[in-house]
Design a protein around this ligand. Structure first.
Ligand code: GLU
Length: 399
């Protein structure tokens, strides 16, 4: 007999991006003028045609269970989108609609993991990957990348981290938190590595539409049969269609994997929300102009924020190419003094910025890297301007 709690659950850290975001929203609700460079959440409203489709779904009584892996209508729409945009050939049966990007990744990790299987995770990484792997009984293996390489992992780095127990690589392009994008050549080299080692790649392509400055998103599974067989392609509607709260994601994979993901999901979650599925169908098949309008705006903000950060003392930032994050190296701040207090890490920077300057940022310690912060520019230009000038004030107060 024992009231002991799950070691796995206790071994997981709560998401700090969500915690800091909640704190910033709370302060704003109290009337405090906080600039929130926090979660990657578009500040745009969900486009009207998408919301109207949801309202119609409610009115039409589309409010009952759907097949656990999603409606055929929506899986067809995803299949067509994957063919057109990603040059990937997945039939609707190979697609599982889920409750958001995290759910798709969790499904994917769950169905390929046996106890002790190792997952290569290029660092810096999105903080949820290692926790998802641990919850599945796998072992996250952080693979350090280099700044001069845009924090993108190379085959040599992967090779050095690979062991007999390696099961998969988690690859994110465009990347959260760095904003980097893997080129086609880089992806081809990684695909060769995956095939040679005979392991899986979980391709997290959540930011696929958010690509700037002539960069291009390429899906690793598109390089031929061998890599296709080993890839689980994950994406969702949250970022591209400003649908974070609707919770619709999807994964596309070889049929045997899709069936397993559908089966797991049928026990853990039943179907994704029926109304949100109707909205997602409209998002994928309706007018796409609003995506382009948002992407153009994010690109403008990205250029502006990057140029402003370049003017700041002590910090350094690689040029963002995609997603909506600026990844700021604060190593030169470590050891400096702020009102007599020594700065020891990104946590101190985040705390001082929110407490004394009303600016919320994401310290990246949980992203597998020290002394960096992430700024989301999914906020208005006016907010960005205000936030950067407050950060400048803080930096100028250092000695
Ligand atoms: N993925 C987004 C981010 O990194 C949303 C928050 C989260 O789920 O971590 O900001």
């Amino acid at each position: 007999m024992s009231l002991a709690l799950s070691e796995k659950a206790q071994g997981v850290k709560p998401s700090s991006t969500l915690a800091i975001t909640a704190k910033a929203k709370d302060l704003r609700a109290q009337g405090i003028d906080v600039v929130a460079f926090v979660a990657g959440e578009p500040d745009f409203n969900t486009p009207e045609n998408i919301s109207m489709a949801a309202i119609a779904a409610i009115r039409d009584g589309f409010t009952k269970y759907t097949p656990a892996a999603g409606t055929l209508e929506l899986k067809r729409a995803v299949s067509e989108k994957l063919a057109k945009f990603n040059h990937l050939d997945y039939s609707p049966e190979q697609i599982v609609i889920s409750n958001g990007g995290k759910h798709s990744l969790t499904n994917a990790i769950t169905v390929i993991t046996n106890p002790g299987d190792e997952f290569l995770i290029p660092a810096p990484y999105w903080l949820s990957y290692p926790e998802m792997v641990k919850l599945s009984g796998g072992v996250p293996v952080s693979v350090k990348t280099k700044k001069e390489n845009g924090y993108k992992v190379t085959v040599d780095e992967l090779e050095a981290a690979c062991t007999e127990r390696t099961k998969a690589l988690i690859l994110n392009t465009p990347c959260n938190p760095t904003g980097s994008i893997y080129s086609e050549d880089e992806l081809r080299a990684i695909a060769d590595f995956i095939v040679r080692k005979d392991i899986y790649v979980i391709a997290d392509e959540m930011y696929e539409y958010l690509v700037y400055g002539g960069n291009k998103h390429v899906s690793i599974a598109s390089f031929g049969e061998e890599i296709y067989k080993r890839t689980i392609t994950c994406s969702g509607l949250s970022k591209s269609y400003a649908m974070t709260g609707w919770r619709i994601g999807y994964a596309a994979s070889p049929l045997v994997i899709a069936k397993l993901m559908g089966s797991v999901q049928s026990h853990q979650a039943s179907n994704p929300n029926s109304i949100a599925q109707k909205a997602a169908y409209e998002a994928l098949t309706g007018n796409q102009d609003t995506i382009m309008t948002m992407v153009r705006e994010f690109e403008k903000r990205s250029v502006f924020l990057y140029n402003e950060i370049c003017k700041l003392p002590f910090v350094d930032c690689i040029k963002p190419e995609g997603a909506f994050y600026a990844f700021v190296d604060c190593s030169a701040l470590i050891g400096k003094k702020y009102r007599g207090e020594e700065i020891t890490g990104a946590g101190d920077i985040g705390r001082i910025l929110i407490e004394d300057y009303n600016v919320a940022v994401i310290p990246c310690d949980d992203f597998g890297i020290q002394n960096h912060i992430r700024l989301s520019y999914a906020i208005s230009m006016e907010q960005i301007e205000k936030g950067v000038s407050r950060i400048a004030e803080f930096l100028n107060a250092l000695s």
